[in-house]
Design a protein. Structure first.
Length: 424
């Protein structure tokens, strides 16, 4: 019995550690994009709106790629998808210094980098792990993989800031491109695994959630997506996640600009972004653990509401380095900690058979918000010279996101595992 338990634990960590490491590399590369806005603007003279728009396109493409790559991973497995993504991410990052036009930046940062990062991100990695784990471990697994992305932000932000300061932004891009290729050998660690169809610990969606009677034909991807898009709880979950995307993209793109407006050095930007990532390691792991004990929609309610409170406190506080560090830690606790409970609710509603696709569609709504957060931040700065109204909009959206999560139908974990309906 002890040997079987040790074998199961070894298999668990053999799956989670490579997945978290891939997440560290792809998210670490994406989440430092704001550090390049000013250097690229200075080098190309395109203007902050153009650079912001290229990054906003990247936010959208990253979102669009999630359900597409998620569907490919559901059908062919995660390895070929992640390998292709690693190559795209490296090529796009390395090509960016050679782009001097709006279309060039959109192609490299907005398409290649974003699609490459999307192929090794949440929907693929969380979907791959969820299919191979029992229901009671999925929330923790999602939190652990998500924490890998936060750790990447913590590591990459100060290193990238120093590389830009000491070696120039072009060389910093080349270093990030080289590091992106490390996803290729890590992807091989996820091969030759059982699918959920082979794994009795990963039950199919309950008949009620899947919309099928006992003995009905197997659910197809198209039918499952159609059912999901008519499900009120799924649509409310997507609406809340839209706000999360707006919030994160605005900050990751324009927080360095906000700090510069306050007359503070660029090192404050690097440290602040790193602190967000560090705090979110604890937040992601905590959200994953709490999701195994409490209703995930309530976790989302409190996380979104806390963001509104933090933004209001920031607007009232003096704008010095300490304020930004405290603000970064406070926001970092919930930064991407919304991902484990969001993915967990998707799994509760529909099971894990098409988890990559369905959670990918949820991430698409996240990135529609991300597009608006990144782009409108640049527009606001170009027209007003500051980001004040973006902060106000961000706080109002956070309150809205908190409220829309409350009516979501969410089964208790025990009932979901048994396939029994238990609407909230």
């Amino acid at each position: 019995m002890s040997i079987d338990r040790n074998a199961r634990q070894a298999a668990l960590w053999g799956l989670l550690i490579p997945a978290a490491a891939i997440m560290m590399l792809t998210m670490g590369t994406r989440q430092v994009s704001g550090l390049f806005v000013s250097p690229i603007n200075t080098a190309t003279g395109l203007g902050i709106v153009s650079v912001s728009f290229a990054l906003a396109i990247g936010q959208f493409v990253w979102g669009v790629s999630q359900p597409l790559f998620g569907a490919a991973a559901d059908r062919f497995g995660p390895v070929p998808v992640i390998v292709m993504g690693g190559v795209l991410l490296a090529v796009g990052t390395a090509a960016t210094p050679y782009m001097s036009t709006d279309l060039g930046l959109i192609f490299s940062l907005g398409i290649l980098v974003a699609a490459g990062a999307g192929a090794g991100s949440f929907s693929i990695l969380i979907g791959a792990t969820a299919k191979r784990l029992p229901a009671e471990q999925r929330s923790f697994a999602a939190g652990f993989v998500n924490a890998g992305g936060s750790f990447g932000q913590f590591v990459f932000a100060p290193i990238t800031e120093r590389l830009i300061a000491l070696a120039g932004w072009v060389n910093a891009m080349f270093v990030l491109a080289a590091l992106s290729l490390l996803t290729l050998p890590l992807a091989l660690k996820l091969r030759n695994r059982k699918t959920d169809a082979d794994n009795p610990a990963a039950p199919a969606a309950p008949a009620a959630a899947a919309g099928l009677a006992t003995g009905a034909p197997a659910m197809t991807l198209r039918r499952q997506v159609g059912i999901a898009m008519k499900d009120r709880s799924y649509l409310l979950l997507n609406a809340g996640f839209f706000t999360c995307g707006f919030h994160i993209a605005f900050l990751v793109t324009h927080l360095p600009g906000e700090i510069a407006l306050c007359g503070l050095p660029s090192s404050v930007s690097g440290i602040s972004i790193a602190l967000i990532g560090l705090a979110n390691i604890a937040g992601s792991l905590g959200a994953g653990a709490l999701g195994s004990r409490y209703r995930m929609k309530y976790l989302l309610f409190w996380m979104y509401l806390s963001r509104a409170v933090m933004i209001v406190l920031y607007l009232l506080a003096p704008k010095d380095a300490i304020t930004f560090y405290i603000f970064a830690i406070g926001l970092g606790v919930t930064w991407l900690a919304t991902v484990p409970p969001t993915a967990g609710i998707v799994g509760k509603l529909f099971g894990v058979r098409y988890m990559g696709t369905l959670f990918g569609l949820t991430l698409l709504s996240h990135q529609v918000g991300g597009f608006l957060g990144a782009w409108l931040g640049g527009v606001a700065f170009a027209n007003t010279g500051n980001f004040h109204w973006m902060w106000v909009a961000d706080a109002l959206l956070a309150v809205t996101a908190a409220v829309v999560n409350l009516p979501i139908r969410e089964e208790r974990l025990g009932a979901a595992a048994a396939g029994a309906a238990n609407p909230a």
